[in-house]
Design a protein around this ligand. Sequence first.
Ligand SMILES: [Zn+2]
Length: 123
Amino acid sequence: MFEPCDCGSGATYITCCGRLHAGAPAPDAEALMRSRYSAFRRADVAYLLKSWAAETRPASLSLDPAQEWTGLKIHRHRLTGPDTAIVKFTARWRSGQRTGGLTETSRFRRDGAGWVYVDGSAG
Ligand SMILES: [Zn+2]
């Protein structure tokens, strides 16, 4: 059965973010970013914490159950060094009757075989 990935890549979930959620290392920062968006959609807190750099990871994370993530657009993915990268994206959301978009430039770093999220700033 074709299950389109939550991140909107057009690939199937199991060959896209599902691989990362199952433990495969992210090949690049954009793939990690996509897998984190998909994890937000699935309320997979364990994955969100696991894919967060140890130095900036919060002790816990609580998601707003009323907030639904409705779309992801990647604007830019750029290496900023041999082991660092940024991804600028907009994530659309809906909460009850309200809708909005979160635009953020996130920083990532290489961690072992994969990548982890460091932090982000608006815009
Ligand atoms: Zn995906």
